[in-house]
Ligand binder design. Structure first.
Ligand SMILES: Nc1ncnc2c1ncn2[C@@H]1O[C@H](COP(=O)(O)OP(=O)(O)OP(=O)(O)O)[C@@H](O)[C@H]1O
Length: 292
């Protein structure tokens, strides 16, 4: 089941605070999407509208052509995993798994127990007594095992330690091979997670900045390395993101596609061209001084 997602001029306000402003984009679904934005960019607000936790203040969201808010048919197909406060949750891990299995139609209980083992979750312990990182692993377990056509993970992995996050990334990719569906992962751990994303959405200060596939996005920038004077000559008129210099060698990141003739000119000048990372682009597009 594939559900396309449409944001049409969506705004989310909290009183005077405009958390999301006039955001429009469409996700065809069936992919792993990265939703990137700095702290306070509006990621959670945007996702909570999609997960039907709230209605947009203005604009429209549709999932499979229908607004999700108070729409039981659509809500059943969306899992929204976020940093839940489990302080009043007296259920043990295994009771939590059994409970979700009862109301999530596609939940794979065996897979949930397998993940719980891989994350070393003590299944007889109350969820509220788990460490923060283990509660995150519990959320991830439920999210992956729910097999919802739309699974949203709002920075749930931040509390997990590095080996647990690696386990999550591996399991996510394997799961997407076995049961392709829509995952939306919000994060600012860009360099660590970039290889997971097929498409990337960047928001900044509540505004939509871009949506593009990972390959095209990273091919929009290039690093130019070589003798400083030659690099300086080559990059004239280009948008510079970052400059590093070691002795006489300079490495400059520029934004914008290079034509074939520019690439040939760079090679003739003895300059080395390389890709730039999603993190570099993210920092540039959401950095200090970048206002929407
Ligand atoms: N319940 C609320 N009441 C008032 N303002 C809020 C509320 N929730 C969020 N905001 C504000 O809305 C803006 C967007 O917050 P949001 O949590 O959506 O951002 P985020 O990108 O998820 O941030 P982070 O990465 O730090 O979790 C921020 O300015 C935040 O202070």
């Amino acid at each position: 089941m594939n559900l396309d997602i449409q944001f049409d001029q969506v705004s989310v306000n909290y009183g005077d605070v405009e958390a999301v402003r006039d955001v429009s984009f469409q996700l065809d679904g069936g992919k792993i999407y990265g939703l990137l934005g700095r702290n306070g960019a509006g990621k959670t607000s945007l996702l909570s509208v999609l997960a039907s936790f709230r209605e947009p203040s203005s604009g429209k969201v549709t999932v499979g052509g229908e607004p999700p808010f108070e729409n039981a048919k659509i809500m059943r197909e969306i899992s929204f995993m976020y940093d839940v406060d489990y302080k009043d949750e007296s259920d043990k891990v295994k009771e939590g798994i059994e409970a979700v299995a009862r109301y999530r139609p596609r939940f794979d209980k065996e897979f949930a127990y397998e993940l719980a083992r891989k994350f070393n979750l003590p299944i007889d312990k109350p969820v509220k007594e788990l460490s923060k990182g283990m509660q995150s692993a519990f959320n991830v377990t439920i999210g992956l095992a729910s097999r919802s056509p739309v699974t949203i993970m709002d920075e749930v992995y931040l509390g997990m330690d590095a080996p647990a996050r690696e386990t999550f990334y591996r399991e996510l990719l394997e799961e997407q091979e076995r049961h392709p569906r829509t995952f939306i992962l919000s994060t600012h751990l860009v360099s660590e997670m970039d290889y997971l994303f097929e498409e990337v959405i960047i928001i900044h200060q509540g505004r939509f900045i871009l949506k593009d596939d990972y390959e095209s996005l990273t091919s929009r920038g290039v690093s130019v390395t070589g003798p400083a004077p030659k690099v300086d000559e080559f990059i004239q008129g280009m948008k510079v993101l970052n400059v590093q210099q070691l002795g006489h060698t300079k490495s400059v990141m520029v934004y914008g596609e290079l034509s074939e003739s520019s690439r040939s000119a760079a090679h003739r000048a003895g300059l080395e061209l390389g890709p730039i990372s999603l993190q570099d682009l993210f920092i540039h597009l959401t950095g200090e001084g970048y206002t929407t």
